[in-house]
Ligand binder design. Structure first.
Ligand SMILES: Cc1cc2nc3c(=O)[nH]c(=O)nc-3n(C[C@H](O)[C@H](O)[C@H](O)COP(=O)(O)O)c2cc1C
Length: 423
């Protein structure tokens, strides 16, 4: 906050040939972002490109933080396959404190009689944030930005409840040239024991304080990643945006226990006979994620307007249709994590093709043409009752007879006569 500096970076996106504009400033929001969220214009084929918080992406598909963004090799692969942006695995200052266990995944399948060959619909993980040294991760971010200057690389960060630690982490991550920062306020397992992740995202007073530290230090756009393990996710999203974040991302995983092995009587995933609740993801969480994203989108629309702030939707995306649903609720970008773990990086090509098919079917030429369109159809249950009673009243009124003699028809003549008989 103290010093004022503004650097405008202009480049060219070789992927799409569209000019890239990004502002950086150390002022409080919204000055870090010089551009509104908009989609570019294109004729003919539907245009999937989006510009979010000033960051241009060839398509709205973003690698969600997790195993698909753990190191240089896999992030490079994501760029090569055509992902719109990559969010790296969450980093913290001291990776030595991060100790993972194996097995750390457990999957839920649907098939007759619980066949082990059924389709995977749910995925639990008890994986922590990155256990690789921060220095190594930072080197790799730098290398990726040097090799892919026009592609969007987003760092995911998490720290303990300590202002100096957060400031150091933000500063070191930014020096690599990453385009934005996603803050993990939402990891449900392991990290809350150190007052990290969901421990911050579930406590709005803490969230406001930590967001304040981060946003007065950061000079690139910041997205707060929200936990669904909270009574009202829109409250945490509101606090993040009011505390200076340019965007919110939702959802992180849902607190879960995958199951109890009925032979051994031990819970899964089983580590030396024991387990701990983990985070649930994949197809099974998609309906829950839709509800959470809808709630955040409604709040953002009514309290923040459409300008400048962005929403990145996450949860169970495996098809272009899954992504279209999130965009119809107002999402600017759509993240995929478990889907990549199951189908590989080439999934982005299917996602793009299917999203284009959906757009062609409705004559949408850009993402912005349909973003948020379905949000208006959500209302309260009380309002649903009122609407239905009104519709029934109108139908009954019609049944009671014809309004005028001109309304008699040939095909419906007998029914029309019946409708006017009193007994
Ligand atoms: C194995 C695994 C590890 C994850 N690690 C992180 C992480 O380090 N940071 C983070 O913000 N989210 C992490 N996530 C959460 C995902 O980014 C995402 O929010 C969640 O899985 C829901 O999306 P999905 O159904 O597309 O996976 C992880 C998810 C999985 C499955």
């Amino acid at each position: 906050m103290a010093s004022f500096s503004l650097t405008q970076i202009r480049g060219r996106n070789s992927f799409t040939g569209v000019a890239l504009n990004r502002h950086r400033t150390s002022l409080a929001r919204p000055n870090r972002v010089g551009f509104k969220v908009f989609a570019s214009e294109n004729q003919g084929e539907p245009d999937l490109s989006v510009t979010v918080n000033g960051l241009h992406m060839p398509n709205p598909f973003v690698i969600g933080s997790g195993p698909p963004g753990t190191n240089y090799t896999v992030m490079k692969r994501a760029f090569d396959e055509g992902w719109g942006a990559v969010i790296a695995k969450t980093v913290s200052l001291d990776a030595a404190k991060v100790i993972n266990v194996t097995p750390r995944y457990a999957r839920l399948r649907v098939a007759a009689n619980g066949s082990p060959k059924g389709q995977i619909i749910g995925w639990e993980n008890i994986e922590l944030i990155s256990d690789r040294p921060l220095e190594t991760m930072l080197k790799e971010f730098k290398q990726l930005k040097e090799e892919y200057p026009d592609r969007i690389l987003i760092a995911s960060v998490m720290e303990e409840y300590n202002k100096a630690a957060w400031e150091e982490l933000i500063d070191r991550v930014e020096q690599t040239g990453v385009d934005a920062i996603e803050v993990n306020f939402s990891c449900p397992h392991g990290m809350p024991e150190r007052k990290m992740g969901a421990a911050v995202g579930q406590n709005c007073a803490l969230l406001e304080e930590v967001c304040g530290w981060i946003n007065s230090k950061a000079t690139v756009p910041v997205w707060g990643k929200m936990t669904p393990n909270i009574t009202d996710i829109s409250e945490a999203a509101r606090v993040s945006l009011r505390s200076g974040c340019e965007g919110v991302a939702a959802i992180n995983t849902i607190m879960s226990v995958m199951g109890i092995n009925l032979n051994t009587l031990h819970p899964e995933p089983c580590v030396e006979g024991y387990s701990t609740p983990g985070g649930y993801s994949a197809k099974a969480v998609h309906p829950i994620a839709l509800a959470k994203v809808m709630s955040i989108a409604k709040m953002m629309k009514s309290e923040f307007g459409d300008a400048d702030y962005s929403l990145s939707a996450i949860g169970g995306v495996e098809t272009g249709g899954d992504a279209a649903e999130f965009i119809l609720l107002g999402a600017n970008t759509v993240q995929v994590c478990t889907g990549v773990m199951m189908h590989g990086y080439g999934l982005v090509k299917t996602l793009c093709a299917e999203l284009k098919d959906f757009m062609k079917q409705h004559n949408f030429s850009s993402i912005e043409d349909f973003r948020g369109t379905s949000l208006q159809y959500f209302t309260t249950h009380t309002d649903l009752v009122r609407r239905q009673q009104e519709a029934i009243r109108q139908r009954k009124a019609i049944k009671k007879g014809l309004e005028s003699d001109k309304d008699w028809t040939g095909d419906g003549f007998v029914k029309e006569t019946e409708s006017m008989v009193s007994n």
